[in-house]
Design a protein around this ligand. Structure first.
Ligand code: NIG
Ligand code: FE
Length: 404
């Protein structure tokens, strides 16, 4: 197979044990073999015989190259918007109060159920393209706006279709336990029975890579969440959890006891929760867009996570209610300004740690043997990626070894 060589670039390899922050290599070189990175390092160490084998040689023009970005927590497939609730909130209503009055997630469920698959795909594709333009090469998409078998299936199929029709990798997560649909009003345990049934069927159809739930006083209890996770475990599916977003319900400990890939949001995470996550190896996925958009004031305990050595990922949470956002670069900035992450931590949060939050070991760093997913940026220093607001620094994205 012919090799491709990339030179005249700075590399932010994001390798964890590198000597310099970002695993930075000032004058770097990459050799790609098919869809895999074959060699990564300083240009002066490139073996000459390897260069001779490179059929194609690319001049990166001095660009910074990072791993392809990974958005590890989104609800990207939905119909309609909730700008009406945005107005209500600005007139004093709270997110929780709107949800309790039958708005919130339920109103997006109604819009998404009514949409045809084509329409749902068309609306979702707009958001997807914004993420692609910022160098996203792996994207997680949750269901959870169908809440009935046919509609959950429709949303997951749209997610899979978007992956087939675009040059990026999609991971789909079943979030049947997102909210109680109105037809089950007053019968949450019966709905959990239905969630378990849907999970088994949708998994058998090959539509599910992981399972998530919303454990919160306006959603499902820890006991109900545990039932969802037990079935996931029987099916061999990894779990994740919307945990401690609006209150501390001990969701993180529960998720950790099931070896969760990640616990997400975490503004109300306790010391015990962080310890449990550390012991289980769960990633903390922080969602600054939701914190900002809901005008939350309680910060996720970043120092506690650092002390416990819990890896931190950052994501858009792209959804119509709490984070109508399809810019991962903006999230890098907000992770730094709002949550006080360093630009290095923020970039690790959308590369190496985001890969870990999805259970993917073949991406998120530039190293030999990893997937050849990488991005060329028109910046001098990696910190510029989280520094600028609204900049469009992505020059080119390589996915699976091919320019996209
Ligand atoms: O991640 N917390 C639950 N789910 C979404 C919001 C969903 C919605 O409001 O539509 C979140 O914030
Ligand atoms: Fe979410």
């Amino acid at each position: 197979m012919s090799l491709q060589l990339w030179t005249h670039c700075k590399l932010a390899t994001m390798q964890p044990d590198a000597a310099l922050p970002y695993g930075l290599i000032e004058d770097g070189a990459l050799v790609v073999e098919g869809a895999v990175l074959h060699w990564v390092g300083p240009r002066r160490e490139l073996p000459p015989q390897l260069v001779q084998r490179c059929g194609q040689q690319h001049d990166a023009g001095g660009a910074l190259i990072t791993p392809g970005l990974i958005d590890c927590h989104t609800h990207l497939v939905y119909a309609g918007d909730r700008s009406d609730e945005f107005e209500l909130r600005l007139n004093g209503a709270s997110y929780e109060a709107i949800a309790r009055q039958g708005g919130g997630i339920a109103s997006t469920v109604q819009a998404s159920r009514s949409a045809s698959p084509e329409d749902l795909k068309r609306q979702s594709r707009v958001r997807l393209q914004q993420l692609l333009a910022e160098g996203v090469t792996t994207l997680e998409i949750k269901s959870g706006y169908g809440l009935a078998l046919a509609h959950e299936r429709k949303c997951l199929q749209v997610a899979r279709d978007l992956g087939r029709e675009n040059a990026l990798a999609i991971r789909s997560t079943f979030l049947g336990a997102h909210a109680l649909p109105s037809e089950f009003a007053g019968r949450p345990d019966d709905y959990i029975d239905e969630v378990l049934r849907m999970m088994v069927l949708l998994h058998a159809e090959g539509l599910v890579d992981a399972v998530d739930a919303f454990c919160e006083r306006i959603a499902f209890s820890p006991a109900q969440t545990a039932r969802v996770f037990e079935t996931a475990r029987q099916l061999g599916l990894p779990v994740k959890l919307h945990a401690e977003q609006l209150s501390d319900s001990g969701g993180a400990q529960l998720a950790a006891s099931f070896g969760a890939l990640s616990c997400d949001h975490l503004e109300w995470l306790s010391q015990e929760g962080a310890q449990a996550m550390a012991a289980a190896g769960s990633v903390a996925v922080l969602l600054p867009g939701a914190f900002y958009f809901l005008r939350e004031t309680r910060l996720p305990p970043v120092d506690l996570l650092r002390r416990q050595r819990v890896p931190i990922a950052i994501s858009t949470d792209c959804n119509p209610g709490s984070s109508p956002c399809s810019s991962l670069l903006l999230m890098l900035n907000m992770a730094c300004t709002l949550f006080r992450l360093t630009p290095h931590e923020a970039l690790a949060g959308v590369t190496r740690h985001a890969a870990q939050a999805l259970g993917l070991r073949d991406r998120g760093v530039l190293a030999a043997g990893m997937r050849a997913d990488f991005v060329l940026w028109d910046v001098q220093r990696p910190a510029q990626l989280s520094y600028a607001l609204g900049a469009k620094p992505c020059i080119q994205t390589i996915f699976n070894g091919e320019p996209r």
